[in-house]
Design a protein around this ligand. Structure first.
Ligand SMILES: [Zn+2]
Ligand SMILES: [Zn+2]
Length: 258
């Protein structure tokens, strides 16, 4: 199997003790490439993923301000994001979006910062990676109004109706550990109806480890558990899921990723 983990936070301090080994275990499990999300602890540091991508050939990077950190963005943030968007291994802008579960930044600030980054992404010509939690209506409305390009709904945990809306907007749906959770029937139904050419898989490590690792620190090697479950759900094989999700990632992130 050759796999792509479409969403990792390998910069997280939880990997400080064994980052190299986690990458080795990922490779041993067939995870050949990863997309490191560059939101880190928020501005002013926008380069957490770029540093990893510069160091490891198998890692690609995103840049962006997470909705949690929306309050930390300044005029300098936008200038720096525009510069970094030209980095040869920056393949997408993200994770950006809205999070009304934690409300770590005021909602109107989150919306303004989200729209600002949609504009930067449009200028850059690169896809976006969306984080949305308890904010589906506002997220999809902002995308309908301000976004025309491709993108990824990361850690998709919506139901079939939301999946169809995201697909209509042109998005890929990336499924993570939640797909393996016993109560996640609605998510599995969304995964069942997603067209083959819009599927992606991710760990979102160190968060949301799939069963049987649930509750532990997640890492890219655990992606295989989600791939197995996704194959069951779709009446496919893990090898087939690996192949289509890898091809989808390559197509979405072309010409940077080949
Ligand atoms: Zn997220
Ligand atoms: Zn994330």
């Amino acid at each position: 199997m050759r796999l792509v983990d479409s969403h990792v936070h390998l910069d997280d301090a939880k990997f400080d003790a064994d980052r190299e080994q986690a990458i080795e275990r990922a490779l041993a499990a067939g995870v050949e490439r990863m997309l490191a999300i560059g939101t880190g602890n928020g501005p002013p540091d926008l380069e957490t993923a770029v540093r990893l991508a510069d160091r490891y050939p198998l890692i690609y990077a995103t840049i962006g301000v997470h909705p949690h950190d929306a309050s930390k963005a300044t005029a300098e943030t936008w200038a720096r994001l525009r510069e970094l968007a030209a980095h040869p291994k920056v393949v997408a802008i993200g994770e950006i979006g809205l999070d009304y579960h934690y409300d770590l930044s005021p909602r109107e600030v989150q919306r303004a910062i989200f729209e600002q980054q949609l504009a930067i992404a449009a200028e850059s010509g690169k896809p976006i990676v969306i984080h949305t939690r308890e904010a589906w209506d506002d997220t999809s409305a902002a995308l309908r109004a301000h976004w025309q390009g491709p993108g990824i709904m990361h850690c998709f945990t919506g139901d079939e109706a939301q999946a169809r809306q995201a697909l209509d907007l042109g998005f890929h749906l990336s499924f993570g550990g939640v797909l393996t959770f016993p109560k996640a029937d609605a998510v599995r139904q969304a995964a069942r109806v997603t067209p083959e050419d819009r599927l992606l898989v991710e760990t979102d490590c160190p968060y949301l480890a799939p069963v049987p690792h649930r509750g532990k620190r997640n890492e890219p090697a655990f992606l295989v558990e989600t791939v197995r479950r996704l194959a069951e759900v779709r009446g496919s094989t893990p090898e087939e899921i690996a192949e289509i999700t890898t091809q989808n990632f390559e197509r979405l992130m072309a010409p940077v990723v080949i």
